[in-house]
Write a protein that binds this ligand. Structure first.
Ligand code: BES
Ligand code: ZN
Ligand code: ZN
Length: 491
């Protein structure tokens, strides 16, 4: 599919259909006015993401609450998604600028095109046709002047980030029998080769040497041996160093604390944190950001069997802390405990961000659209919330730690227990468990993102089709982009 920014008026661009965003029910707009009556007759009221296809006029209208990126992005994505499998092979649309000189909306348009036209048909015998071309005209919706160079830069950034999101979607959607730890390592090697990154893969023997016994316990009953992956992007004179740590459970059956059947379906999603880390590395290196990024991935499968790790086991993590296992389904935090220790041993970073589909409790607390952000430094938390909610179009909310919940992780026989003794606040207690594995000097530099809610989409919403969403890729890439522009602000 070709995506092109064209310096021509809309009417001079040949396409099967024109997409028109109706901002704030703006029926009096020059693009919409002529169709006002028919749109109203069709019952179109211009609400966010509401669609009206006028086949005869070859126009598709979509409502948007405003001209800002956060509204335009889902509107355009929803409109394009509605055309998948239809006869329209080429689409044209105007440029949208929320205000003069600000190309954020154009970047969002580009993102929306790739995110909205995404489909996962690898396992379908019959595939739907692809779009041939999607054109953005330099003619602006409100007749504002578009700076051509700035527009092209914004669009190319949007396309780079969205293709990283789609890479993450492809990986997460792939079934567990075709995507296990060894494959995760292979994909990491491929990305490293294509993008010129450094990569190091630890196999079981190497992982043993690193004393990552918590991670190894989770992996024990699987026929697929685990992998620890370290990918790094090292630009010259970096302004900051960021370590990303991803939960890569290529399947989570729950282990001996087996999940009920209904809850097990979709657990291929449990590699979403790790996958986001891979995708972010691709995006950051393609955007050539002046930030050194290290991606650490624990790729493991949580299964059952005669040699499975058990509730009642006591594990010794890489940093020597002992963990009483009371539930083998709280496996992500065991893998991350060792991965966080490993990441801190290998790299002295200015920020450490872990990403994981860690708890069902986070989905209960925030809903399925929102990432839970946890950490000890409010300024760093706020940076992430801004990057997600304002800049990237993802949704995120802060979940605060407190000393009372911390106490609920106490164990009578080991240093800490892998589950809390209360059924409340499960997302926060999981975050507090991870904090035990963050060294004192790094406590303020660390963020934990629980993406269990948005990682996998039951019913399409906004720019996300059913299935894997690529949650976290846009938000964290934006966080890193912001570090490149704010001079020397470390915590
Ligand atoms: N991978 C799951 C969390 C999850 C649940 C992700 C639903 C996405 C959707 C995680 O490993 C898990 O099973 N967590 C348990 C923790 C509990 C045993 C303390 C949970 O959330 O139930
Ligand atoms: Zn689990
Ligand atoms: Zn899990």
């Amino acid at each position: 599919m070709k995506i092109e920014f064209i310096e021509k008026r809309l009417k001079d661009i040949e396409a099967d259909i024109e997409l028109i965003v109706v901002a704030k029910k703006d029926f009096e707009h020059r693009f919409t006015k002529e169709y006002k009556d028919i749109l109203e007759e069709a019952g179109f009221s211009g609400g966010q993401d509401e669609l009206c296809l006028l086949a005869e006029s070859k126009k598709l209208f979509v409502g948007s609450d405003s001209l800002r990126a956060k509204d335009i992005r889902p509107a355009i994505a929803t409109a394009l998604r509605s055309l998948i499998g239809k006869k329209y092979k080429s689409v044209k649309m105007a440029s949208y600028l929320s205000h003069d000189k600000c190309t954020a909306t154009l970047r969002a348009q580009a993102e929306a095109i790739l995110l909205g036209t995404y489909k996962f048909e690898k396992y379908k015998s019959e595939k739907s046709d692809d779009f041939e071309a999607i054109y953005i005209s330099s003619e602006e919706y409100g007749a504002k002047k578009v700076n051509i160079d700035a527009a092209k830069r914004a669009i190319s950034k949007g396309l780079e980030v969205a293709s990283a999101v789609n890479l993450a979607r492809d990986i997460v959607n792939t079934p567990p029998d075709d995507f296990y730890p060894k494959i995760m390592a292979k994909v990491a090697k491929d990305i490293a080769k294509n993008e010129g990154l450094e990569v190091r893969i630890l196999k079981e023997e190497d992982i043993k040497k690193e004393k990552m016994n918590a991670l190894l316990a989770v992996a024990k009953a699987s026929s697929h041996s685990p992998r620890v992956i370290h990918l790094s992007y090292k630009p010259k004179n970096p302004k900051s160093v960021v370590s990303l740590v991803g939960k890569g459970l290529t399947y989570d059956s729950g282990g001996l604390s087996l999940k009920p059947s209904d809850f097990m379906v979709t657990m291929k999603l449990d590699k979403s944190g790790a996958t986001a880390v891979l995708a972010i590395l691709q995006a950051v290196s393609r955007l050539k950001l002046p930030i050194e990024i290290h991606g650490f991935i624990g790729a493991v499968e949580n299964m059952i069997g005669g040699n499975a790790y058990k509730p009642d086991d006591v594990l010794t993590a890489k940093n020597g802390k002992t963990i009483e296992v009371r539930n083998t389904d709280a496996e992500g935090r065991l893998v991350l405990a060792d991965m966080l220790c490993y990441a801190q041993q290998e790299v002295k970073a200015n920020y450490i961000i872990d990403m994981a589909t860690l708890t069902g409790a986070c989905v209960v607390g925030l809903g399925q659209y929102t990432t839970g952000v946890m950490g000890n430094n409010q300024k760093v938390v706020d940076k992430m919330l801004y990057a997600a909610n304002v800049a990237s179009g993802e949704l995120a909310a802060h979940l605060p730690f407190n000393r009372h919940l911390k106490k609920t992780l106490k164990s009578s026989i080991a240093d800490i227990c892998n589950i809390s003794n209360t059924r409340y606040g499960g997302a926060v207690t999981a975050g507090l468990f991870l904090e035990e594995f963050i060294e004192e000097e790094n406590k303020q530099k660390w963020l934990h993102l629980d993406i269990a809610g948005p990682a996998f989409v039951e019913h399409a919403w906004g720019e996300n089709p059913q299935g894997a969403s690529g949650a976290g890729v846009r938000a964290v890439t934006r966080f890193i982009e912001k570090l490149s522009t704010s001079e020397g602000e470390h915590y």
